[in-house]
Ligand binder design. Structure first.
Ligand SMILES: Cc1cc2nc3c(=O)[nH]c(=O)nc-3n(C[C@H](O)[C@H](O)[C@H](O)COP(=O)(O)OP(=O)(O)OC[C@H]3O[C@@H](n4cnc5c(N)ncnc54)[C@H](O)[C@@H]3O)c2cc1C
Length: 429
C-alpha cells in the first residue's frame, strides 16, 4: 500500500522504506514519559534512536501519578520497575465515595493477584519516572538525546522522513527511517501530517493541589485513592509518596488567578477536612481538561503516541498509562520491522493505528468520560443509581474483578496485546 504524504507530493512506500540504521535512526519527538519509554524500549531492542526535546532538560512538573498493573508489566521489560518501587507507594485499593454520604464502595486490586505480578496501583509522581528514564537513557550509546531542540517541520519522502529542527546550534535536518510523535497535546508532528484532533473541552478546569498534611489522620476511613462524587464540588483525593493531592473543578466563570488565590485554596482544603494550623501547599496548578482523539494514529512511517494521539480527563488515571502502552506497542512493531527480515511493514503499522486508536476510543475515552460524569452528576436520582451500581459491583467478586480489570487497562491489553504481530491479532478488532 502506498501513502501519499499530506505534506506534499512526496510518496512513502513500505517496499522502499529505508532500513533502520545509525544514519537513519528512529526519531522520537518529545522526551515526556511516553517518548522516553519508547526510546528506552527501542534501545533495549538494540535500535538506534534520536530523541528530540524542546526543553533543555527533562520535565520537572507534577502531573500524573498512577501506574496500573498492565503498565508496570510493560515497564518491567525496560528494567525500570525496581526503581519505581523503591520510590513509589503501593496502593492495593481505591474508594468511590460521595461527599454527603461518605464511603460508597471500595475496590481491591488484590483480586487480580492470579493474573499479574502487580495487583495494585503504584503511586509515583510522573516527574520521577521522567527523571529515572532520562538517567537510564543517558547511559545508553544507542540513544542520541537532543534536549533544547525543537521540531519545526517534517517531510515524508520515498524512503523515510526528514525532520527540521532548531537547536542550540541553529536549524538542521535529521534523517530518520521512522518517527514516533510523542510531543504532547499540541503536537507539531500531528500538525505536520495533517491529522485532526477532534473532541471537546470540559467547561470547568481542574485545580490540583498538593499538601504534605496526612489526610488519613483527619478522615480515618479515607483510602489512598478516592473518587468523591458531589453535584457542587466533586473531589479526587490521592496519596503519592511525598504528598496528598486533591483535585476539584474550577467553574468557567472563575479565572486562574482567582482559583489559585491562597485563601480560596485553604477554604477548599478545609472543606475536605478541617485542619486548624492551615494547609501548607507544595504544588498547585489549574489546567484545562479535554476529550480528544487523533483521527489517525499513523501516516506512512510516522506514528503518534501518548498525548499527541489522545487527551483525556484524569479521572481514572489512565491517560498516561495508555500513552505508555502506545509507546511500547510502537516500539515492539518497529523492532520487528528493523530486525526480522520479511516482516510485513504495512500490516504492522496499520495494526498500530487501528488497535491503539480503538483502545483510545473504546476504553480510555469511554471510561474517563463516564468516571468524570459520575463524579459531577447533579441529578439526585441518577447519583443514587450510580451509588447502588458501584455498591453492587464491589459486593460481587466476579463483577468487581471484571470492573478493576477494565479500569486498570488490563482487559484492553489482554484483548489486543501490546505490539502483538498482526497475524496473531486476527479477529480481535
Ligand atoms: C496538571 C496536570 C495533571 C495531570 N494529571 C494527570 C493524572 O492525574 N492522571 C493522568 O493519567 N494524566 C494526568 N495528566 C496528563 C499526563 O500528564 C499526560 O497524559 C502525560 O504527560 C502524557 O505524556 P506524553 O509524554 O505523551 O506528553 P508530554 O508529557 O506532554 O510530553 C511531550 C514532550 O514533548 C515536548 N515537545 C512538544 N513539542 C515539541 C517540539 N515541537 N519539538 C520537540 N519537543 C517537543 C514537550 O516539551 C514535552 O516534554 C495531567 C496533566 C497535567 C497538565
Amino acid at each position: 500500500m502506498e501513502f501519499a504524504s499530506s505534506l506534499g507530493a512526496m510518496i512513502w512506500h513500505s517496499a522502499t522504506a529505508a532500513p533502520v540504521s545509525r544514519d537513519r535512526p528512529i526519531a522520537v519527538v518529545g522526551a515526556g514519559p511516553v517518548g522516553m519509554t519508547a526510546a528506552a524500549a527501542l534501545a533495549t531492542a538494540g535500535l538506534p534512536v534520536v530523541l528530540v526535546e524542546l526543553s533543555p532538560s527533562p520535565q520537572p512538573d507534577w502531573r500524573a501519578s498512577t501506574f496500573h498493573a498492565a503498565t508496570m508489566e510493560l515497564l518491567q521489560t525496560i528494567d525500570i520497575t525496581g526503581r519505581m518501587h523503591a520510590e513509589g507507594l503501593v496502593v492495593p485499593t481505591y474508594q468511590f465515595r460521595d461527599r454527603r454520604d461518605g464511603l460508597v464502595a471500595e475496590f481491591d486490586f488484590g483480586l487480580l493477584a492470579d493474573e499479574t505480578r502487580f495487583p495494585y496501583r503504584l503511586q509515583l509522581n510522573q516527574q520521577h519516572l521522567v527523571r529515572m528514564l532520562a538517567e537510564r537513557l543517558a547511559d545508553d550509546d544507542r540513544v542520541r538525546m537532543r534536549f533544547g531542540t525543537r521540531l519545526t517541520g517534517m517531510a515524508i519522502d520515498r524512503d523515510g522522513v526528514r525532520l527540521t529542527v532548531s537547536g542550540p546550534d541553529g536549524a538542521e535536518e535529521i534523517r530518520a527511517s521512522y518517527v514516533i510523535g510523542a510531543d504532547g497535546p499540541r503536537s507539531t508532528v500531528r500538525s505536520c501530517i495533517g491529522v485532526a484532533f477532534d473532541g471537546f473541552t470540559y467547561p470547568e478546569r481542574f485545580a490540583i493541589t498538593s499538601t504534605p498534611v496526612d489526610l488519613q489522620e483527619l478522615v480515618p476511613d479515607l483510602g489512598h485513592v478516592n473518587y468523591v462524587a458531589d453535584p457542587r464540588e466533586w473531589l479526587f483525593i490521592l496519596r503519592t509518596p511525598e504528598s496528598w493531592r486533591v483535585v476539584w473543578p474550577v467553574p468557567a466563570s472563575c479565572s486562574d488567578d482567582e482559583a489559585s488565590d491562597p485563601e480560596r485554596l485553604q477554604d477548599t482544603l478545609q472543606g475536605v477536612a478541617p485542619y486548624a494550623p492551615g494547609y501548607p501547599v507544595i504544588d498547585h496548578q489549574v489546567y484545562g481538561v479535554h476529550q480528544r482523539v487523533a483521527s489517525a494514529f499513523r501516516a506512512g512511517p510516522v506514528l503518534l503516541a501518548g498525548d499527541a494521539a489522545h487527551i483525556n480527563s484524569p479521572i481514572g488515571g489512565v491517560g498516561l498509562n495508555s500513552g505508555i502502552h502506545d509507546a511500547m506497542d510502537a516500539a515492539r512493531r518497529l523492532a520487528r520491522i528493523a530486525t526480522e527480515p520479511g516482516t510485513d511493514i504495512e500490516a504492522e503499522l496499520s495494526a498500530y493505528d487501528r488497535i491503539r486508536r480503538t483502545v483510545a476510543v473504546e476504553y480510555v475515552q469511554a471510561d474517563t468520560q463516564r468516571n468524570t460524569d459520575r463524579l459531577r452528576e447533579t441529578d439526585d436520582a441518577v447519583r443514587r443509581r450510580h451509588q447502588d451500581e458501584m455498591r453492587a459491583i464491589a459486593a460481587d467478586p466476579e463483577r468487581a474483578r471484571a470492573y478493576i480489570r477494565r479500569v486498570s487497562l488490563l482487559e484492553s491489553v489482554r484483548r489486543f496485546g501490546i505490539g502483538t504481530p498482526p497475524l496473531e491479532m486476527e479477529g480481535a478488532l
